[in-house]
Design a binder for this molecule. Structure first.
Ligand code: ATP
Ligand code: MG
Length: 591
């Protein structure tokens, strides 16, 4: 290999993918290819200009659900590589299955890709494609294979097909239909197309090798009969291509150079190459054809990444919807307060590997905190409030006096300014910050102890009022008047504990949704039990909290660190400050 200037190499995860791309660029593997301005066959592209995209990748979701964190990884790999190499990444809706395509899914997929910071529109051209637009070509490719003696119509029963396939230990058995003439196969295939056969009566198969150790090469199915309405082609077709046949063709028509798949598709690669090689030989597709590369799919502990299971959670009402903040969908993560930057950082940190593994959820949370810490404004909020009365306030400060206090919006970024709030006789503090009989390492409120109220004064706790059941209803304390934070006397009194608080007089009320993991086990559904039995019954707790007045200015989706509590986000939908409705979701705790 020629030496490369390291400066020219983008710093991206996924060494083996970058190596493959670097090698192709050095060798000029795809440098002479032309691009017809849109997807198409060999002739279409031959009539176009040299392809200015140095590489083409694609992200090909099936529009049958919302995208999840695993897709976010695939998006960052495919769109990220295209961006880094001055290439183009296509967004392709893989809609070859005649199922009801939901417009909601299509829109949510587009939203998610854009929200992550990527775009399929490059230089004024939208590279948004639909696999179903290629049905005509796929049919033509099938007829070509039949004529070339490379495909045949098989009319064995489902049971025979299964029995004759063999398994890892046994080779398959040739179908009695395998040696039909091309003319007979063509006639039968057209009858399939024309609706003259029942579902299951016949399939089109590639003619490769029933004894191949790779079961995917044992005459794989190319087309099946299915009497179904397709969302875009309607009832025009009653035969539909199998994924293994459709996908390589989609890549080829779109001039994809590097087709990046997950590891399950590794065994499909020989068929991918077989098919495209024959179609290229027949002059049907642009050359050289795309190549497939595989990387390990993302598995994240405590998280389910299967659209089918996620759909079940939604359909059965276990969560509030696809964008429930507990869902690992991109829409759910967004509503939970995750940022595109955090997801990118996570993708960069885990990299792209060739070996399946589970990533620990805290790795994602670590990336999240690292992204949120420098950007989030700060605020004090009391989530489980109990009243604290400063019993000497009136004599020390004057009856009804409210003392203005301030704190930086961000502790290391003075340019972001200050937030202000007031200290008075009545305050809210956290219930857990009081203990009547504290352990030796408890330095917060307990009778006789000195504590600093952050950005405010030092107080000395004198006791608490309790209800009949023994619950603390009010904490009492005395102010040490000369101890205000930021004044000369602040350091005069040494305290071991500092707590957060808000003033009863100027605080705002907010609904705060405290989320926890949706599942109780690291690998939901992996053992004997159904993943539904492993749902965390306490995955959300809603509390009425009191926060400092600056929260009134927060906009939906704004992220705030509640000091000592964690990172929170104003809910995209329910937070309506102009109507006085403040709603925050806990994104994650501080540690
Ligand atoms: P699911 O099983 O959740 O339905 P899928 O792979 O069937 O996932 P697609 O819509 O077909 O979903 O996926 C679109 C792209 O996203 C594919 O290229 C697929 O490889 C990739 N992808 C899906 N899940 C993951 C994952 N967990 N990690 C990495 N890539 C993924
Ligand atoms: Mg799929």
């Amino acid at each position: 290999m020629k030496p490369r200037s390291s400066a020219a190499q983008p710093s991206l995860p996924g060494n083996f993918l970058r190596q493959a791309i670097n090698q192709d660029l050095e060798r000029g593997t795809y440098s002479t290819r032309r691009w017809g301005g849109s997807p198409g066959d060999a002739r279409h592209h031959a009539g176009g200009a040299p392809d200015i995209a140095r590489i083409r990748t694609r992200f090909p979701p099936e529009p049958n659900g919302y995208l999840h964190i695993g897709h976010a990884k695939s998006i960052s790999v495919n769109f990220g590589l295209a961006r880094a190499y001055q290439g183009v990444c296509h967004l392709r809706f893989d809609d070859t299955n005649p199922e009801k395509e939901d417009v909601e899914y299509v829109e949510s997929i587009k939203d998610s890709v854009r929200w992550l910071g990527f775009d399929w529109e490059v230089g004024g051209t939208s590279h948004l494609y639909h696999a179903s637009d290629y049905f005509d070509f796929m049919y033509r490719a099938a007829e070509y294979l039949i004529e070339a003696g490379l495909a045949y119509v098989d009319e064995q029963s489902a049971g025979q097909l299964r029995d004759h396939r063999g398994d890892f230990a046994r080779p398959g058995v040739n179908s009695p239909f395998r040696d039909r003439s091309a003319a007979e196969n063509l006639r039968r295939f057209r009858q399939m197309r024309d609706g003259e056969l029942q579902e299951g009566a016949a399939i089109l198969r590639a003619k490769i090798d029933m004894a191949s150790p790779n079961i995917n090469l044992r005459d794989p199915t190319l087309y099946r009969i299915k009497y179904a309405q397709h969302h875009s082609s309607g009832s025009r077709w009653c035969i539909y291509p199998m994924y293994a046949f459709a996908h390589p063709i989609e890549d080829a028509l779109e001039n994809i150079t590097h087709s990046i798949a997950t590891l399950e598709f590794e065994d499909q690669r020989p068929f991918y190459d077989w098919l495209l090689q024959h179609l290229a030989q027949g002059g049907l597709i642009n050359t050289p054809p795309p190549r497939q590369y595989e990387f390990a799919r993302l598995n994240l502990t405590y998280v389910v990444t299967s659209k089918r299971k996620l759909k079940q959670l939604v359909d059965e009402g276990h969560v509030g919807g696809w964008d429930d903040p507990r869902m690992p969908t991109i829409a759910g993560l967004r509503r939970r307060g995750y940022t595109p930057g955090a997801l990118q950082l996570f993708a960069d940190r885990i990299g792209v590997s060739k070996a399946d593994s589970w990533i620990d959820y805290p790795v994602l949370e670590g990336a999240l905190r690292d992204d949120l810490e420098p950007s989030s404004a700060r605020a004090m909020v009391v989530l489980d409030p109990v009243r604290l009365v400063v019993t000497n306030w009136d004599e020390a400060m004057g009856p009804g006096h409210l003392e203005p206090c301030s704190a930086p919006v961000h502790p290391r970024d003075p340019e972001r300014g200050e937030r202000t709030f007031s200290f008075g006789r009545d305050l809210w503090v956290e219930r857990a910050d009081y203990s009547e009989s504290p352990s030796p390492d408890f330095f917060r409120l307990s009778p006789g102890k000195l504590v600093r109220l952050k950005y405010g004064y030092v107080i000395q706790c004198t006791g608490a009022v309790k209800s009949g059941t023994g619950a603390v209803t009010e904490i009492h304390a005395r102010l040490l008047p000369e101890t205000k934070s930021g004044t000369a006397g602040a350091a005069a009194v040494k305290v071991k504990g500092t707590i957060t608080w808000v003033g009863v007089a100027d605080c705002v009320q907010a609904e705060v949704r405290l989320f926890d993991r949706l599942f109780t086990v690291p690998q939901p559904g992996a053992g004997e039990r159904s993943f539904l039995e492993e749902l965390n019954a306490a995955s959300v707790k809603v509390v009425t909290a009191y926060g400092e007045p600056s929260l009134r200015q927060t906009l939906p989706e704004q992220r705030v660190q509640f000091e000592r509590q964690g990172y929170f986000v104003a809910d995209r939908h329910d937070h309506q400050p102009d109507r006085g409705e403040l709603v925050f979701n806990r994104t994650t705790t501080l540690t």
